[in-house]
Write a protein that binds this ligand. Structure first.
Ligand code: C2E
Ligand code: CA
Ligand code: CA
Length: 757
């Protein structure tokens, strides 16, 4: 029995499951329908005639309270029960008014179907019970008012039962359909619950901070990641607002996320900088916002996902910096410089100057003191450039020891800044005296970045060819050299391999004593004879020889040739001095080569050979070169410091040099007679050289007044056009054979015949 009951219970609908708003809608419909039925019945009853008035009054008298009770604010079950009673009375009344007409009984079936809308046992059951009771009681008492056929009038209870069964069947199918609806609803609810549970898991467990806001900024829901990220408690206080989130936007001008969302129907992604209010850190947050709209297109909710992209941003910035900057010096990279220069050229109203810098003999620092030292020097140079170049200029390292500066400014800016850079190198870099070759060019109007840099580079090359430690402004005739340089190299190589004695003859310029006027020695100056027979001064080929490395065989030829001449003039000429280029000196083979040459001439006193080395060569070189000079001196050869006064020219520096002779540069000597400052410097150098046991030669003396001044100052020897230009060996030979003496006032004939200069 119990199992049977359970079986039945499982198959019957539960009932009462409608949602309030659905129930209210159905209840309203049934109540209004009942009211309409009542009005229709009044009309019907009146039409039926006077004898029906009592039945009509009774019906209305019973339906009306049910109708009123159905609208009173009571529990919904009670209200539905009253409506069900109202329907029972209305159907019964209608049957009575219709004299028990069988078709009038149809209204009961209509009412069953109507009341099934409540989907609740109470109104349904009340209707069934009340209907059966009515049929039983009323059918017995007023059978002719309940049924309209004889059998029913005779056996009212049987027919009451029959009607009850019919209504019950009608109700049964309603119950089945009601039950089926419930099953479907349960299934739908289960599905919904499951998908909601899945969503909740996804929302709550995802490691991405997520939150749901109302359009006015109230926080409706947050996930654990969100709360953890912002250090919020698990239970947010009621009314927690977006304003209460501990993040402060950094860029105040940006519209709030809520405003953006309200203005857009699409999903949004914005990346913004915030300051965390807990630890004050600046972070980058990428916020994805999606709006949820209702059927009326009103924004209901905003979902946001937040990604802290600070690390990515920092990494990107770092990468950008790496691409844009040279890792050694922190200056701009070549790539960034080319880009920025193009922008500067395109956007500047003023001319743009480009200054190309290359460290002179940087290789010797690197080779001599190691790459770490080389790097230190480059870094120090970068820092120096940043100090002396005007703010806003582009400064880049193009690679190796090449740097470039670009800046806008009136014509002459590049020259001024270039000279400032040169002057700033009076202070050593990382302990090393460093010289630069600088090329400057100025672009007016639209010009390609490439061409401008190339022009500055070309000018820099010219400065380098000129001996370095100088600035060269770009001129159009400098632009030719690329092909010319190649041609020069071919010419040089050919000349050297054929017959160097013919192609590279030595000319000699006498050095005379200021005391006796006699020739005490000579400087060997190389010349080049072209295929056409023209004589070229060293300025035309020494640069190319240095660049190509051909200076090494050329230098060897000069030395050999000078020694041969020296041998030849053994009784008549004190010494010959030979210029040695830094590149030659840097050759590992140089000292052995000199030693071998001397060994070939055992009768020659090695001190009659003087090697001239420029001051800049010494300074930009390293310990290596000092050692090399020391080795040379061990061979008995003397060393002269050439061009003194053009480089760093510090008097204290002189002390540390292993030189026997100081050659004062022409720029130091010219105009000496009229310049008290020059005169006092020369006196100081002379005094110091003398006290260090060095001899001094003043170079480039052209004026008699300078000769007089030098002699008065006690300069022991002089070289210059005033006495003689460099002469081909045969002419110089004649000069010494003639017993030439410089008398001061009466100039020798040979001076006029001198060719080169
Ligand atoms: P330097 O060693 O300073 O040589 C002196 C230069 O000054 C010579 O030019 C000479 O002709 C010039 N000179 C002499 N007296 C006067 C004067 O009174 N007034 C003027 N204005 N100039 C005067 P040169 O022969 O053209 O040589 C130029 C440079 O070429 C030399 O400068 C030297 O650095 C280099 N050089 C010459 N021969 C050789 C060589 O065999 N090997 C190397 N490595 N370099 C050399
Ligand atoms: Ca010289
Ligand atoms: Ca010189």
């Amino acid at each position: 029995m119990a199992t049977w009951m359970k079986w039945l219970r499982d198959r019957l609908p539960t009932g009462g499951g409608l949602r309030d708003e659905d129930w209210a809608g159905r209840h309203r419909l049934l109540t209004v329908l009942l009211a309409v039925v009542m009005v229709a019945m009044i009309v019907f009853g009146v039409l039926q005639g006077e004898e029906h008035i009592p039945a009509l009054l009774l019906t209305v008298g019973l339906v009306l309270p049910c109708l009123i009770a159905g609208t009173l604010p009571r529990s919904r079950r009670l209200r539905s029960v009253f409506v069900a009673l109202g329907y029972t009375v209305a159907c019964a009344g209608f049957v009575s008014l219709a004299h028990g007409l069988t078709e009038a009984h149809f209204t009961f079936f209509i009412a069953v179907a109507a009341l099934a809308l409540y989907r609740d046992w109470a109104p349904f059951g009340v209707f069934l019970v009340a209907t059966t009771l009515h049929h039983g009681a009323f059918g017995t008492l007023f059978s002719d008012h309940t049924y309209d056929h004889d059998s029913a009038v005779a056996h009212p209870l049987v027919w009451a039962l029959l009607h009850g069964v019919a209504v019950l069947f009608a109700a049964g199918f309603q119950i089945v359909s009601w039950r089926l609806t419930e099953v479907e609803e349960d299934r739908a609810r289960e599905n919904l619950d499951e998908s909601q549970a899945q969503l909740s898991v996804a929302f709550d467990q995802t490691p991405v901070p997520m939150a749901i806001f109302s359009p006015d900024g109230l926080i409706m829901r947050t996930n654990a990641a969100y709360r953890k990220w912002l250090g919020l408690p698990d239970e947010l206080p009621a009314g927690f607002h977006l304003r209460d989130v501990p993040l402060a936007p950094v860029d105040a001008g940006e519209p709030p996320m809520l405003e953006l969302m309200a203005a857009s129907r699409e999903s949004l992604t914005v990346t913004r900088r915030y300051r965390r209010l807990d630890d004050g850190r600046l972070i980058w947050v990428e916020v994805h916002g999606t709006g949820l709209y209702d059927r009326n297109d009103r924004l209901r909710l905003i979902y946001v996902h937040c990604f802290d992209v600070t690390a990515t941003r920092d990494h990107e910035a770092e990468l950008r910096h790496q691409v844009r900057h040279d890792s050694l010096t922190g200056l701009l990279s070549r790539q960034a410089f080319e880009h920025d220069l193009a922008v500067l050229l395109a956007g500047s109203a003023e001319p743009v100057s480009v200054i190309y810098l290359d460290v002179d003999r940087f290789k010797s620092i690197n080779d001599g003191s190691g790459h770490t030292t080389g790097d230190d020097v480059l870094r120090a140079l970068a820092a120096r450039l940043q100090q002396v170049v005007p703010a806003g200029a582009l400064i880049a390292r193009l690679g190796g020891d090449e740097f470039v500066v670009a800046l806008a400014g009136p014509a002459g800016t590049g020259l001024r800044v270039g000279n400032t850079i040169l002057a700033s190198l009076a202070e050593p870099l990382a302990g090393f005296p460093v010289a630069l070759s600088i090329g400057v060019t100025t672009a007016f109007g639209a010009a390609g970045a490439d061409e401008v840099v190339l022009a500055a580079d070309t000018a820099m090359y010219a400065a380098k060819r000129g001996g370095g430690n100088r600035l060269q402004v770009f001129t159009d005739d400098l632009a030719v050299p690329v092909q010319e340089r190649i041609a020069a190299e071919t010419r040089l190589r050919r000349a050297l391999t054929a017959d160097p004695r013919y192609s590279f003859p030595l000319w000699f310029q006498p050095v005379v004593s200021t005391v006796t006027g006699e020739i005490i020695g000579a400087e060997a100056l190389v010349r080049m004879r072209t295929e056409q027979g023209d004589i070229l001064a060293p300025g035309h080929f020494i640069g190319a020889a240095e660049e190509t490395g051909l200076i090494v065989p050329l230098g060897a030829h000069v030395l050999r040739s000078a020694i041969e001449h020296l041998q030849h003039w053994s009784n008549r000429l004190g010494y010959v001095s030979v210029n040695v280029s830094p590149r030659q000196l840097a050759e590992a083979d140089f000292v052995p080569m000199v030693a071998a040459l001397l060994a070939e001439h055992p009768c020659l006193d090695p001190s009659r050979l003087v090697l001239e080395v420029t001051e800049t060569a010494l300074i930009s070189s390293t310990v290596d070169v000092s050692e090399r000079l020391a080795l040379l001196k061990q061979l008995g050869v003397r060393v002269a410091l050439d061009d003194f006064g053009t480089g760093y020219s510090s008097l204290t520096w002189l002390e540390s040099l292993p030189a026997d002779v100081v050659k004062l540069d022409r720029s130091f000597v010219a105009g000496l007679a009229d310049d008290a400052r020059k005169a006092s410097i020369i006196s100081a150098v002379l005094w110091l050289a003398q006290s260090l046991g060095m001899s001094t030669i003043a170079e480039g003396v052209e004026e008699l007044s300078d000769w007089e001044a030098l002699r008065a100052a006690g300069c022991p020897a002089v070289q210059g056009y005033l006495i003689s230009k460099p002469l081909p060996a045969p002419e110089f030979d004649k000069m010494i054979m003639s017993g030439f003496t410089f008398g001061g006032v009466h100039l020798n004939e040979t001076t006029g015949r001198a060719l080169a200069g």
